[in-house]
Design a protein. Structure first.
Length: 359
C-alpha cells in the first residue's frame, strides 16, 4: 500500500512539473486568435455580471450582438473577469490565471493513469505534450474545458469506486463547469452515466444531476434574458450550413495528428502475432485514399493537396486501429459475468468515441 501511494505521488509530481514546463515559458504570450472574444465577454461581465452575452463585439466586419456570434458558453470569461478588473489586459496575469487549468489537467491524467493504466507515465505525457496542449497556453476555452472534463471523470470514477458520494458529486459539478465552458463537453453526461452502470452501482448515476443543474441554470439565464437557449439557437443556425461529408473528411484530417500512437499499436500487434489488424489498416488506408480521390473529383475539381490526403489517410488508420485495439483489450465483455478489465476498456473506448462523434 505504501509503495502504491509513493508511485501515485511520484506520477502526480511528474505530471505537475510537465504542466509547468509547457506553461511557464509562455506567460508573456501575446493575446491572439480567439483570446479577444473571451476577453470581450469578460469585459461585458464586468459591466453586467448577469448578462454576459448582452453586449456587442466587432468580430467579423461590423458590431454584432455577442449572443448571435459566440459559439461557446461564458464560464472562462467569468474566470478571467476578476483578473481584468485588477490587472487590466495583462498577458502575464491572464496566463497565470489559466495555469490552474493546466495543473488540474495534469493531476487528472495522473489519477486516471493510476486507475486505468497501472500508473504508467505515458498517457500523462501523451496528453500534456500533445500539440493541442503545448501550443495552448492562451486565453481560450479548449484546455480549460478538457481539464474540467478530465478532472470530472477522475473524481467521478474515484467516488464511484470508493462509494463516496462527495467525489461523484464534485466530479459531476466539474462536468457542469466544463459544459458551460465549451458545449462539446456535453458528451460528459452519457460518459459519466455509463461508468456506474458498468460498475453495477447505478445509484451513482443520480450524481450527474449536479452537473446538469449547473447547465440548467445557464440555460435558464439564456431564456430569461434572451428569450431562447443559446445552445439550441446555435445548433439551428449551424444546420443551415451542415455538410456531413465535409465534416467527416475534416475530422479524419484532424485525427491524423494522433498518428504517433500507431507505431506503438503496431508493436503490440506484432507481439501478439496479430496480422489481421495491420492488414485491415492497410485496406482502410487504401479505401480512404480512393474515396477521397473520387469525392474531391466530384466536389472540388482540381483540388489534390498532398498533405490533405496524407493526414486524412493517417486519421482513418488511427480510428480503425484504436477501435480494434480497444475492443480487443476489452476482451469478450459481452460474456456473463463480465470481466472488470473488459468493462474498463469498454468505458474508455466509449469515452474516446463519444467526444469524437459529438465534435
Amino acid at each position: 500500500m505504501e509503495n502504491n501511494l509513493k508511485n501515485k505521488l511520484t506520477l502526480t509530481v511528474i505530471a505537475l512539473l510537465v504542466a509547468l514546463a509547457v506553461s511557464l515559458p509562455f506567460l508573456n504570450k501575446p493575446i491572439h486568435i480567439d483570446d479577444p472574444f473571451v476577453l470581450a465577454v469578460a469585459e461585458q461581465i464586468l459591466r453586467d455580471p448577469l448578462r454576459p452575452f448582452s453586449g456587442e463585439f466587432d468580430w467579423f466586419s461590423d458590431p454584432m450582438p455577442i449572443f448571435r456570434i459566440t459559439t461557446n458558453p461564458p464560464f472562462l470569461s467569468y474566470w478571467v473577469a476578476p483578473v481584468i478588473q485588477v490587472f487590466g489586459i495583462s498577458e502575464i496575469a491572464l496566463h497565470l490565471a489559466m495555469l490552474p487549468f493546466m495543473l488540474l489537467l495534469a493531476w487528472a491524467m495522473a489519477s486516471l493513469s493510476h486507475r486505468f493504466a497501472n500508473g504508467s507515465v505515458w498517457p500523462v505525457l501523451f496528453v500534456l505534450l500533445s500539440p493541442a496542449v503545448v501550443v495552448s497556453p492562451n486565453v481560450m476555452r479548449d484546455v480549460p474545458a478538457a481539464a474540467l472534463s478530465t478532472a470530472a471523470v477522475a473524481l467521478f470514477v474515484h467516488g464511484t469506486d470508493r462509494d463516496r458520494w462527495a467525489g461523484a458529486l464534485v466530479g459531476s459539478f466539474l462536468a457542469g463547469l466544463a459544459m458551460i465552458t465549451k458545449y462539446s463537453a456535453l458528451i460528459m453526461v452519457p460518459v459519466l452515466l455509463l461508468y456506474p452502470l458498468l460498475q453495477r452501482k447505478p445509484r451513482y448515476m443520480a450524481a450527474v444531476l449536479a452537473g446538469l443543474a449547473v447547465l440548467g441554470l445557464f440555460y435558464l439565464q439564456n431564456y430569461l434574458v434572451h428569450g431562447q437557449v443559446h445552445f439550441f439557437a446555435l445548433k439551428t443556425a449551424e444546420k443551415a450550413n451542415l455538410n456531413v461529408r465535409n465534416m467527416l473528411t475534416a475530422a479524419l484530417v484532424i485525427t491524423g495528428a494522433a498518428f504517433l500512437v500507431v507505431p506503438g499499436l503496431l508493436a503490440s500487434a506484432v507481439r501478439r502475432r496479430d496480422w489481421l489488424t495491420p492488414l485491415g489498416a492497410i485496406l482502410v488506408a487504401a479505401g480512404t485514399a480512393y474515396g477521397l480521390t473520387e469525392y474531391l473529383k466530384k466536389s472540388y475539381p482540381g483540388q489534390g493537396n498532398f498533405q490533405y490526403y496524407l493526414w486524412a489517410i493517417c486519421g482513418a488508420v488511427v480510428v480503425w486501429w484504436v477501435v480494434v485495439a480497444g475492443v480487443a483489450a476489452g476482451g469478450r465483455w459481452w460474456k456473463r459475468p463480465p470481466e472488470p478489465h473488459g468493462l474498463d476498456s469498454l468505458f474508455l473506448l466509449v469515452w474516446l468515441a463519444g467526444p469524437y462523434i459529438a465534435a
